[in-house]
Design a protein around this ligand. Structure first.
Ligand code: IMP
Length: 494
């Protein structure tokens, strides 16, 4: 037994000191572009240093699509069937802004009574009709809520009421062109079909404004959105990995609460033998753990143990480390390796990033990006249900992967029978759409970098000056000596 002389500290205790900001280094000049992981001789880059946590309550396809559009990347959790994870990956990879592929189609033989139930269940009012009744069938017509009387026509068939004179876009892949056709035809929607008449997608007028250009979106060489997927080190996840690679996922993330294990090295070696997809390994919180994963061939390393917002690992098992200390130790190991001529691996800070301030500190300590659970679960695009509190305030469900609800046994145990809960279930305040929330976060990060006199994250790694705050100065740094105005108090749930 040995007790270290050092004390492990939290991101919340550190503050950045301001440094000189030259005239050409204001907020508008700050770039948040970063390295996610090594890829070939270079790096896979992100325009925004944010990954979504590999959690059921966070990374569904809608959030992954939105985050990639905003410059980050989603990581699909492994606590779902291989099929479900692959389908989610496919949904992200084939997403084209404005071209809807996630739509309900009808077959001509269906009764209209069934269509009424479908309308109620889905909220949709426009349904393409295909020969097979399936999405990639041949388009025969379109049925909308205006084409029949839901009370009187129940026994009739879709074929009796659908409109067959449907104007379509043939192989139209440019959104502006599709929108123009829709305007020319005076319609609220436009099915896009192949030369042979197969339904490829539908463009809706109501979606037009949602798909403004996203200059930072994370795309592959075919301009498809990028997606990452989590796998475990368990042998049964080799089948999962192969299936995900067939879906052309861009990055594999080995999801384990403790990454400093022989299983992790074996998994990295196995993945490297079957393909050239980059592998993010982790989690570690020590220099020793980092060196182990770097030697094993990881393309990026994820840092954090026991600091997730709903995590009970430290209180149950007494394992873990303050996230600031973990990052400093690992970043120092990375630097030693770099100076010795080794690979300069990107680091991902994972867990306990409670807001922009903690994110800035994590980035300043050497993280190249951050993985967020709690902060992203708050957005409308996350999979959790919206829940109304007793004062009318809105929350989103948030449950940890080690909770009974997610039961992600493979992240936490080496055999299912060894699993015990390491996380809780709870609620987080609803924060509206990610398209409104993330730009605010982005502005806070840019502003912080400008104050620190840095226009890039690399410059921040080299030039950040941080100081630990005494408990009294931390008190000064929070709102103090005033009552919140009533509207603010309501907004903060107080
Ligand atoms: P948050 O953003 O602080 O909520 O942390 C999210 C991170 O917590 C995830 O990316 C995981 O690394 C970690 N995590 C997820 N579920 C659990 C759990 O049940 N116990 C411990 N850590 C967890």
């Amino acid at each position: 037994m040995r007790i270290l002389e050092t004390e492990s500290i939290s991101l919340q205790e550190l503050r950045l000191l301001p440094r000189h900001t030259p005239a050409d280094a204001g907020m508008a000049h700050v770039s948040l572009r970063t390295r996610l992981c090594a890829l070939g001789n270079g790096h896979l880059e992100l325009g925004l240093p944010v990954l979504s946590a590999a959690m059921q309550a966070v990374s569904g396809p809608d959030l992954a699509i939105a985050l990639a559009q905003l410059g980050g990347i989603g990581v699909l959790p492994l606590s779902q069937s291989i099929d479900a994870q692959c389908q989610a990956a496919a949904q992200v990879k084939r997403y084209k802004a404005g071209f809807q592929t996630d739509i309900v189609t009808l077959s001509p033989a269906q009764r209209l009574s069934e269509v009424v139930s479908l309308m109620r269940a889905t909220g949709f009012a426009t349904f393409p009709v295909t020969d097979t009744g399936l999405f990639h069938g041949r388009l025969l017509g379109v049925l909308t809520d205006k084409d029949f009387d839901p009370r009187g026509d129940g026994a009739a068939r879709v074929a009796d009421r659908m409109r067959k004179d449907v104007q379509v876009g043939v192989e139209t892949h440019d959104l502006n062109a599709a929108n123009q056709l829709m305007i020319d035809y005076g319609r609220g929607f436009l099915p896009i079909v192949s030369e042979a008449g197969t339904l490829l997608s539908v463009v809706f007028k109501k979606d037009r404004d949602k798909h403004l250009h996203h200059p930072d979106e994370t795309v592959d060489s075919d301009r498809r959105l990028r997606i990452a997927a989590a796998v475990s080190t368990h042998p049964e996840d080799r089948e999962r990995t192969e299936a995900l690679l067939e879906q052309e996922v861009d990055v594999l993330v080995i999801d384990a609460s403790d990454g400093h294990t022989a299983f992790q090295a074996e998994m990295i070696e196995w993945v490297k033998a079957i393909g050239d997809v980059p592998v993010v390994a982790g989690n570690v919180v020590t220099a020793e753990g980092f060196d182990f994963l770097a030697d094993a061939g990881a393309d990026a390393v994820k840092v954090g143990m026991g600091v997730g917002s709903g995590c009970t690992t430290q209180s149950l098992k007494a394992t873990g480390r303050g996230q600031a200390t973990a990052l400093m130790d690992v970043a120092a190991a990375r630097e030693r390796r770099r100076q010795a001529g080794g690979r300069d691996l990107p680091l991902i800070a994972d867990g306990g990033l409670a807001g922009p301030a903690a994110i800035v500190v994590a980035l300043a300590l050497g993280a190249d990006s951050v993985m967020l659970g709690n902060l992203l679960a708050r957005f409308s695009e996350s999979p959790g249900q919206l829940v109304r509190g007793h004062r009318g305030e809105l929350f989103k469900e948030y449950w940890m992967e080690g909770s009974k609800r997610a039961a992600n046994t493979r992240r936490y145990a080496h055999a299912t029978r060894d699993f015990f809960e390491e996380g809780v279930e709870g609620l987080v305040p609803h924060a509206g759409s990610i398209f409104d929330g993330v730009p605010v976060l982005e502005r806070a990060l840019r502003s912080a970098l400008a104050t620190a006199g840095c226009t890039t994250l690399r410059a921040l790694h080299r030039g950040a000056l941080l100081e630990r705050q005494s408990p009294a100065s931390l008190g000064d740094s929070a709102v103090h000596d005033l009552e919140l105005a009533p509207t603010r108090a309501a907004a903060s749930g107080g």
